[in-house]
Design a binder for this molecule. Structure first.
Ligand code: HEM
Length: 80
C-alpha cells in the first residue's frame, strides 16, 4: 500500500503519535523493547482507561525482531 506523506502525517497527528524525527536510536530501541515486553503501555493494566495508542505500538513492537528495531531506530535518528 502506498500512502502519501501528507496522509500519513494526518493519521499520526490524529492519533497523537509523538514526533520521532532525529530521536536517539538507543531511545527508540528502548521504547520499542518496552512496548514489546509490556513494560511500557499501561492500558492493559487499567481497563477503565485503556490506551488505544499504546496498544497500537505494542502490536507493532511485538512483531519486530531485534534487528528490525535497530534498523528502524537508526533510520529515525537519521531523519532531519
Ligand atoms: C516505523 C514505525 C514506527 C516506529 C519506529 C514507532 C516508534 C515509536 C516510539 C519510539 C514511540 C515512543 C515515543 C516517545 O517515547 O516519545 C512511539 C509512540 C507512539 N506511536 Fe509509534 N512508531 C511507529 C509507527 C506508528 C504508527 C504507524 C502509529 C499510528 C498510526 C504510531 C502511533 C504511536 C502513538 C499513538 C504513540 C504514543 C503511544 C503512547 O502513548 O505510549 N506509531 N512510536
Amino acid at each position: 500500500m502506498i500512502v502519501s506523506r501528507t496522509a500519513l502525517a494526518a493519521v499520526l497527528v490524529a492519533v497523537a503519535a509523538p514526533a520521532l524525527r532525529a530521536q536517539q536510536a538507543v531511545y527508540v530501541v528502548k521504547q520499542l523493547n518496552d512496548y514489546a515486553s509490556g513494560a511500557r503501555y499501561s492500558g492493559a493494566k487499567n481497563p477503565a482507561a485503556p490506551s488505544r495508542n499504546g496498544a497500537m505500538m505494542l502490536t507493532i513492537a511485538k512483531r519486530l525482531t531485534p534487528e528490525e528495531m535497530a534498523a528502524v531506530a537508526s533510520y529515525v535518528q537519521g531523519l532531519r
